[in-house]
Write a protein that binds this ligand. Sequence first.
Ligand SMILES: [Ca+2]
Length: 495
Amino acid sequence: MRVILLMFWFGFVLVPLVSAAKPNVLFISIDDLNDYISPLDNHPGIKTPNFDRLAKRSVTFSNAHCAAPACHPSRVAVMTGVHPVRSGIYRNMFGAHGPRWRHESPLLQDAVVLSQHFRNHGYRSVGGGKIFHTLQWTPGDSQNDPSSWDDYRGDPNDPISSDWPRPRLISDKELGLTSGRPLGGGVLSQLFGAAPLLEAEESYGDHLVTDWAINQMNQPTDKPLFLAVGLFRPHIPWEVPKRWFDLYPLKDVKLPKHLEDDLKDAHSHGREGWHKWVRDNKQWKIFMQGYLASISYVDYQLGRLLDGLDSSPLKGNTIIILWSDHGFHIGEKQNWEKFALWDQTTRVPFFVHAPGVSVDGVRTRQPVTLTDIYPTLCELADLPVPKLCNGNSLVPQLKNPNAIKDEPALTAFQFWKEDKPSLAIADSRYRFIRYGDGFEELYDLETDPNEFQNLISDPGLVKVKMRLVNSLPRKVMPMQKIPQNSPFHRGRKRK
Ligand SMILES: [Ca+2]
């Protein structure tokens, strides 16, 4: 009896000593990746073995949503912990060179970027690739904050553009396509397109960023590491090496589930012309093939990161957190890309592994907003949560994936033709959307995961609607304008 008591005693004393070593953080951000991956909706024929591998060693949050369905506002919300309904940043805002978001929103002027917060508490914070907004074809147009990192790969104000082979920019005429192609036609056309890249694949941005990240994992340091890796595919253009296209022969490519008159009871997103062009030109399957190929390409880079981690000194004491900045449409609801508030647009892959904390290999439908990342990482690393942060720590769900999370997921966006933000709110089953023009939608994701049927007039769901309406924020920040006098503003330039 005495021996057993002593063992408990030692166990009690030893645990705090061991856990005093701060965990490293591998923070992986993916661009425009939706729920087609195998651990989520498992689109027919999808090949994403490394997402399965990650799901086995983490908690899969299968009901996680971006704070805004566009790169810039989603990423600023993750990195500052401040939701768009408080910052007023709802859309992409081009023409920046540096953290112009500090001047786009008065609330964010002195916000502490997640990486900076970890630095302030003894971490070495390094980043590479697309963490804040930037695009392959907008050199120097980036909202990264170079001062929030100990080191950033390449030019921190141009984190990805110089790393990719130039899109081939083949004219519509040469491709035999009609005019009216999304993104303006002409030389920019190929940006909304799919084609195998012919250059050596070791020369592509995501490959280079992954190489850099693996190298960082093996650098000797006396500090814990916060390592942020931002992968750009499957963002357009869907240009990846041919071997990823070969995984998806065109004859086997399946279109997403869709309903011909799906918009009849839903809000118009204003981008139906994109879909019309795709159908008129018979590009739907070709683009689906390109998107699937790009997903498998990024899955491959994820596998390289996991292999790199497992063969580095960081193995065993590293939090892995992976998120995408928003979902993506391949023609569902006649929509392409993002910029809407349905589940297809806002739902994101989101996985968390926390050594000694997470019940790995389990999935949960508890609702998550990506602003929950900041407070979650703070709790896992035993750091204080900055006052500005809106989210809720997910440590209870990491320990017990069925633990009820009271706070629903909230996504906000302002449509171009409207003068007020639109809001979408999701609990573990239902989703309510109130648009800026007053139109409303209600969906039951349990019986209708594709949101084909707007149930807003269903008398049996009045209570559900009221519960969700009452969870909406009472007050939201109006959409902010581009601050032309910000030192980080440089006007719009495209190459
Ligand atoms: Ca994006």
